[in-house]
Design a protein around this ligand. Structure first.
Ligand code: HSE
Length: 352
């Protein structure tokens, strides 16, 4: 039996608990033993919830329980989540997370701590929701020098832009719909202003280029100012507007990285990634372009990625720290140095 503790019983955490319950026969077959959620940690009350008996409020119970081998952190943010992650790793427990903010901010330290303790710190769900991208980049594309990654990395803003493009829905109404569907962050400004995309492109850039990229060094612009008029202008030029995260390695090793709404051709591989879907194009020197797409947010797509990490953590130790070094910030190119063409009559970069 693999005993798991889930920290945070929100959209993703509850999805993880339900998925483990619903698909335990499958997990058991793949792992050779069943998985049990022994504890769910949350400070809120969930009266009458199916799993109410598992709810606890004191993290030290989990930290001191030798039966717990995997801790799932779906609290989000870098407050309690950071503290509990360090304590869980220090106690020799594997940690699995969907928390892109924590990974983008503190991965070097947490990965080294995991390695020292001989456990894994896994974050497949931190980028692309249910899309397998972290492990494919680290393992399946390991033979390549990766030169470029460009992606639609935020489901909420892609949903909003899709509604604006195809249904001429006003921005505010589309945002409320995305929130109701459980796609948006607790504070949706992280989606709208591009910070969520920024964290995700930083994680992918670190996996691709082997160096931690600090989110605060990345030029980040969201979709708050995109109007239906911008959308029509793009349409008139055979383009659609997408919020992209882009990272490219230059010949001298510097990294060009930014987040911005961009006008891409309707025939571009990412142009038809719609609604909550995310799409990620990775360019390797041997493989060429590879595109990943799927549901980038939501309860069960994200739980799917978290649970695959739980299975992997229970099987073996995975060490992303081997290729994720903190080498400072000097290699990040300034956004002002990047040469763009702009969609006529707008300040929206055109990307080919
Ligand atoms: N708010 C995020 C999104 C959730 O909309 O993509 C998944 O990371």
């Amino acid at each position: 039996m693999v005993n798991v503790a889930v920290l945070g019983y929100g959209v993703v955490g509850s999805g993880v608990v339900e998925l483990i319950d619903n698909n335990n026969a499958i997990f058991s077959e793949k792992l050779g033993q069943p998985i049990d959620v022994k504890y769910i940690l949350d400070i809120r009350d969930f009266k009458g919830d199916k799993y109410e008996k598992k709810l606890i409020r004191d993290f030290s119970v989990i930290e001191n329980d030798p039966e717990i081998s995997v801790v799932v952190e779906t609290i989000g943010g870098i407050g309690a989540a950071y503290d509990f992650t360090k304590r869980a790793l220090t106690a020799g427990k594997n940690v699995v997370t969907s928390n892109k903010e924590l990974v983008a901010t503190h991965a070097p330290e947490l990965l080294i701590l995991a390695r020292q303790k001989g456990v894994s710190y896994l974050f497949e769900a931190s980028v692309g929701g249910g899309i397998p991208i972290i492990r494919p980049m680290f393992y399946c594309l390991a033979a390549n020098e990766i030169n470029k990654i460009v992606g639609i990395l935020n489901g909420t803003t892609n949903y909003i832009l899709t509604k604006m493009i195809y249904e001429k829905t006003p921005f505010d109404k589309a945002l409320v719909q995305a929130q109701k569907l459980g796609y948006a962050e607790a504070d949706p400004t992280a989606d709208i202003d591009g910070h969520d995309t920024c964290r995700k492109i930083c994680i992918l850039a670190a996996l691709a280029f082997g160096r931690h990229v600090y989110p605060e060094c990345v030029y980040t612009k969201g979709i708050r100012d995109i109007t239906l008029d911008d959308i029509s202008k793009a349409d008139a030029h055979g383009r659609v507007i997408k919020l992209l995260g882009s990272a490219k390695k230059l010949e001298n090793g510097d990294i060009e990285i930014f987040v911005s709404p961009c006008a891409i051709r309707k025939t571009h591989a990412l142009a038809n990634i719609e609604d909550v879907y995310n799409g990620i194009m990775v360019t390797g020197d041997a493989v060429g372009d590879v595109t990943f797409n799927g549901r980038g947010a939501g309860k069960f797509p994200t739980a799917s990625a978290v649970c695959s990490d739980v299975i992997d953590a229970a099987r073996d130790s995975i060490q992303y720290s081997i290729f994720w070094k903190d080498e400072g910030r000097d290699f990040i190119r300034s956004f002002e140095d990047i040469k763009f063409n702009y969609l006529p009559g707008t300040d929206i970069p055109v990307i080919e």
